[in-house]
Design a protein around this ligand. Structure first.
Ligand SMILES: Nc1ncnc2c1ncn2[C@@H]1O[C@H](COP(=O)(O)OP(=O)(O)OP(=O)(O)O)[C@@H](O)[C@H]1O
Length: 296
């Protein structure tokens, strides 16, 4: 079931087009990452989805409802890049306040704080929290009321590596229950395994969309092969693979994705001469810089 539909979405500020005919569907349980340089239009797209600003063209539907309508608001949760709270209020008080606004029982506050790892700090003033802890308060408020759509603007900035992993585990749980997730991030390596699909914006235009496998297939970037030959056989192995470089005790070269099987057969034919080998496909970082350069 489609939770979010964007069709030919266009937004202009003072005559400058900052989003141009962007189309995207997100199904229940799908995790979609929005990628793009600073100023590419990611936050603008999110504000349109939330109904905070109006589009100049195109259509948005949140589970069939207009963005910003009472129903769409009730179905949507949002975590801004830097969540700001009154420093004199405790985490528990803040959550109780949000729960009241959302018409939910205030007794859920402690359970939500526990979920985001803030149980021990529930009675402390937010003014004493670190940036990562404040971000967790923001995440706890976004979890209120089992949202159907979750919109997260650079949610992991300011979180340490362990907190990031915990954060994505929470998103996985939500997605498994059917929440559609749209998040932006500049931390590409963490998105590879944690999102189902990526949408790349460049100066307001959608320049790529698909799974990591789709993006890899379209970009057809070379694979990097690293072979560890048996001691003293480095030069012999390097001669088998044209263009190969010997770096210390390893032999490295690249090959096109459609040559992979033929290269693996040639590696297998050398099995008596090698200890090990690795094949590295393009990372999301590689793909993103390829797509951005192509779009420039
Ligand atoms: N209220 C506004 N008035 C005029 N221009 C705006 C306004 N808000 C955003 N813009 C412009 O729209 C473009 C897209 O901005 P947006 O904040 O959506 O980018 P972004 O991809 O979220 O960037 P970042 O990664 O830096 O957060 C930028 O050129 C920005 O200057």
């Amino acid at each position: 079931m489609t939770i979010l539909t964007l069709s030919k979405l266009t937004k202009r500020y003072a005559g400058t087009t900052v989003l141009s005919e962007v189309s995207l569907d997100i199904a229940a349980g799908e995790r979609v990452a929005l990628l793009g340089h600073n100023g590419a239009g990611k936050s603008t797209l999110m504000k349109l989805v939330l109904g905070l600003i109006r589009a100049d063209g195109g259509r948005i539907e949140v589970a069939g409802h207009a963005p910003g309508s009472a129903v769409a608001r009730a179905l949507t949760a949002y975590l801004p890049e830097s969540a700001a709270f009154h420093p004199a209020i405790t985490g528990r008080e803040q959550l109780r306040y949000y729960l009241r606004l959302r018409g939910q029982p205030v007794k859920q506050a402690d359970e939500l704080l526990e979920k985001v790892g803030l149980a021990d700090a529930a009675a402390c003033r937010i003014g004493t929290y670190s940036k990562g802890m404040r971000q967790r308060v923001g995440l706890a408020q976004a979890l209120i009321g089992s949202p159907r759509l979750m919109v997260l603007d650079e949610p992991t900035s300011g979180l340490d590596p362990v907190s990031r992993r915990e954060f994505y585990a929470l998103l996985d749980e939500l997605a498994a229950k059917g929440t559609a997730i749209l998040l932006s991030s500049h931390a590409l390596s963490e998105l590879e395994a944690r999102t189902d699909r990526m949408v790349v914006l460049a100066r307001g235009k959608q320049v790529a969309q698909g799974t990591l496998a789709d993006l890899r297939h379209d970009a057809a970037l070379p694979l990097t092969i690293t072979i560890t030959p048996k001691a003293g056989l480095e030069d012999l192995i390097a001669e088998v693979f044209p263009g190969a470089l010997v770096l210390e005790d390893r032999v490295t070269f690249t090959c096109a994705p459609d040559e992979k099987l033929a290269v693996l057969e040639r590696i297998a034919a050398q099995r008596d001469h090698i200890e090990d080998y690795d094949v590295h496909a393009a990372t999301l970082d590689d793909l993103y810089s390829h797509i951005s350069t192509r779009a420039a």
